[in-house]
Ligand binder design. Structure first.
Ligand code: SF4
Length: 79
């Protein structure tokens, strides 16, 4: 019974941690976004995965602008 005075502190700590976690999830840049949205394979010919267009994890993901960035750097253009 000696631990009872610590209970309010524990509840307040849990409430604050939960509020921070909920805020972070709601404000995250990745909220409601899928990898396929900016993947260069996001079309019927290049990707046959069942996850498309709502993949949240994919080992085949390649950024759509990656080729353009490589082409720019190989042409001597730097950002
Ligand atoms: S390769 Fe992966 S991320 Fe890209 S379109 Fe297909 S499922 Fe989506």
């Amino acid at each position: 019974m000696e631990q009872l005075p610590q209970l309010p502190f524990l509840l307040i700590t849990v409430a604050i941690a939960s509020a921070i976690a909920i805020y972070a999830a709601a404000a995250s840049d990745g909220r409601e976004k899928f990898l396929c949205a900016d993947c260069r394979f996001n079309n019927d010919e290049d990707c046959l995965k069942a996850e498309r267009p709502r993949a949240i994890a994919c080992t085949s993901y390649r950024a759509a602008d990656a080729l353009a960035a490589i082409a720019r750097t190989s042409n001597g253009v730097t950002e």
